[in-house]
Design a binder for this molecule. Sequence first.
Ligand SMILES: *Cc1c(COP(=O)(O)O)cnc(C)c1O
Length: 427
Amino acid sequence: MKEIVPSPPAIVRNDYESVRELFAKNVVPSYGRFELVLSHGAGSYVFDVAGKRYLDLGSGIAVCCLGHAHPAITEALVEQSKKLIHVSNLYFTEPQGRLAAELVKRIGDGKVFFCNSGAEANEGLFKLARKFGHDEGRFEILTATNSFHGRTLAGIAATGQDKVKKGFEPMMSGFRHIPFNDLEAARNAISPATVAIMIEGVQGEGGVTPATPEFLLGLRALCDEKKLLLLMDGVQCGHYRTGKFQSFQKILEGVPGGEKFLPDGLSMAKSLGGGFPIGAFWVRAPFAELLGTGTHGTTYGGTPLACAVALKILEVIEKENLTGNADKLGAWLKSEIERLAKTYPGVIKSARGMGLILGIELTEKIPAFAASDKSAALQFVNRLHAAGVLTIPAGTQIVRLLPALNLKPQEAGEGISKIEEVVKSLA
Ligand SMILES: *Cc1c(COP(=O)(O)O)cnc(C)c1O
């Protein structure tokens, strides 16, 4: 395909200060934003308002799976918007039905509900679990420490991190946390009120921690034994990021008994729309009728426009074998981070993750970071910005790489050499 990298804008104005001022005056300051004002992008590159180019290894927190300004997405948006953008869920539309079929085909026998974000998708699964246990008075959902499930009231109650709950107490009741990858703890935590267990296949915000095959298979057996729903949050680690459509398909590849594994519910968002907002949850067949007419809904869920984009993304991923790319480039990137950890043990402690959901774990006390009270992860990410690379911190010690699935080998190489520059300067 022809390389389309737009040249920087001809006139460099001082847009940075004016945009910052608009935010300072008018935007709720709930985000800790980096000092970058971005204006446009192409593929895995984005440009700031001064024309500086960055290699984007975060892709909008695992959202822009085909990179920026992908012509197929533009075309899907334009073509569908000429027909129908929205009609509400009072009617049937073909794109929603076709997208549901594509998702069912990739996960397993079941049905799909469409919404607009990851938090909403999880909210739907929480309601599914409550409905499932309602007549027996069961309502409690167990989630993992260090998990992340979104920022709604139920989402922060479900999230196993105190920092998202602080200041918003009392928490919505009905959630308790269990240690991740600890099957015995899960078994011991189950109470007569427990109705479901929710985990991420790979914890993203928590620092790129994959579930073990034993944990997944063990939870499946435990949930069957105790009549609990096994719910998985695939919002960040799903959509081919691990090299398979869903992380559990990758984690259980070649593991005896793994080919039969399915959760009972699965949430999706982020890469599903490649930047256009769409979320969804899938429910396994035996439970697919639980949310009957009138029990759940949303105005915007599954609009023809969002579904047309999501369908196009699945088509491009298949046509361009981006799954293989995630596998191959992911393995190479991880081996390179491992090499850096060996060469610079004072800076990098380990490489984490699989496919294109990777983490660089920084060592505890990097002398060059001692002067600032900002976390090591933040300081590292800032230095990478100066070097022209976007990455995403997770917690205080981990820097995530969540690049587009169509990242090119030479871009991966550029990323590693810039990361190495920064690591070297810290060693
Ligand atoms: C991002 C994320 C969410 C929340 O998604 P939103 O679209 O921000 O509501 C939920 N779970 C996981 C694992 C996520 O990474």
